[in-house]
Design a binder for this molecule. Structure first.
Ligand code: AQP
Length: 326
């Protein structure tokens, strides 16, 4: 079975971009692979957080994983810090990674490059991500487009380590779903939908009320024209609506374009909103049930055990290869 690993940060609210770009792939892959899905709480620490909120968000994200369709009987669902091998392997890999390549990471450049107070964790976090992946001898990593550069670094580090110390790691492939690789912000379709966007109008949260979802779609930024066609360069807003609608309804973009000829943006916005509401309603109901039952802590405890069992051998191989006494 193909080994699959991916993770999400328990920061901010989980949004439609995370769901369509990453989570939907996680759910599909659990049917065919040996899957490890992590809540990467150590990554969240790269920026100062309120401790109580981080704990709450970590459980919330676990609940959303399961409510969205991840099945703890098919996939290992766990919290990164519950498997200490991640932090240890990250240190070993930091001694292979180079300052030059980390300085070129665009996420670091965007969030911290010119700030003296940015944490060193923010700088080295792509190495922790590489450790997360490589520890599981991962073959496939389902992510959104924004993670492509981090995945290239992960592959480079695996290859360098294997060259320098002998074959320890599988070199993983990235899996990006083209149609939903980059869901754009509703308030600015030139930029990706993002948890840290300055305005809530940017995203649809997975736990958002139907009324609010409808309102945000109605106000979604489009161009001043009237023609509905898929053209991300010239018509970023309309194309984003079509991508979202297609992903949640299962209808192809061509079918939707044909269906909305001559109908105007208003119709497309309302129908997209309704399709999103229909997709999220059962997820929200399952989420509330699950969180009330307290079941999530048992799922995470079982996941932590499975995760530790899966990484012990690779970590030992890394240490031995690098000259540490076991
Ligand atoms: N807009 C998006 N479209 C498609 N996929 C997306 N992902 C994120 N945004 C989009 C994918 O979601 C997964 C989890 O992301 P993460 O938790 O690591 O956080 P992120 O990429 O940092 O997400 P955000 O929302 O953009 O947070 P901020 O604002 O903090 O940067 C990843 O697979 C990601 O590709």
């Amino acid at each position: 079975m193909t080994r699959v690993f991916s993770g999400m940060q328990p920061t901010g609210v989980l949004h439609l971009g995370n769901y369509l770009g990453a989570m939907k792939q996680f759910i599909a892959l659990q049917e065919e692979g040996e899957c490890y899905y992590c809540i990467v709480d150590l990554h969240a620490l790269t920026i100062p957080r309120d401790p109580a909120e981080l704990r709450r968000r970590t459980r919330e994200l676990a609940g959303l994983y399961v409510a969205a369709g991840l099945d703890p009987a098919k996939a290992t669902i766990f919290v990164q810090s519950h498997n200490p091998d991640h932090a240890e392997a990250a240190w070993l890999l930091q001694c292979v990674a180079r300052i030059g390549e980390l300085s070129r990471m665009t996420q670091f450049k965007d969030k911290g490059k010119d700030s003296e107070s940015a944490t060193s964790g923010l700088f080295t976090y792509p190495v922790l991500m590489a450790a997360d992946i490589l520890l599981y001898q991962t073959e496939v990593v389902p992510v959104g487009e924004d993670q492509r550069q981090h995945m290239e670094l992960t592959r480079d580090l695996a290859e360098r380590f294997n060259r320098q110390y002998g074959e320890v790691f599988t070199v993983p492939d990235v899996r990006i779903q083209k149609a939903t690789a980059r869901i754009m912000g509703l308030d600015n379709p030139e930029k990706k939908m993002s948890k840290s966007a300055p305005s809530e109008a940017n995203y649809i949260a997975l736990l958002e009320e139907p009324k609010s979802i409808l309102k945000k779609f109605k106000r979604a930024v489009t161009d001043s024209g009237t023609e509905i066609r898929f053209d991300p360069e010239q018509k970023a807003g309309v194309s984003n609506l079509l991508s979202i609608y297609s992903a949640v309804s299962g209808q192809s973009i061509d079918t939707l374009v044909e269906q909305y000829q001559g109908k105007g943006y208003g119709h497309l916005k309302v129908d997209t909103a309704e399709a999103v509401i229909a997709e999220l309603e059962p997820l929200q109901a399952r989420y509330h049930q699950l969180m009330e039952s307290g079941e999530i802590d048992d799922i995470l405890a079982k996941g932590a055990k499975q995760a530790r069992a899966a990484t012990a051998e690779t970590l030992a191989k890394m240490k031995e290869a690098m000259g540490l006494i076991l």
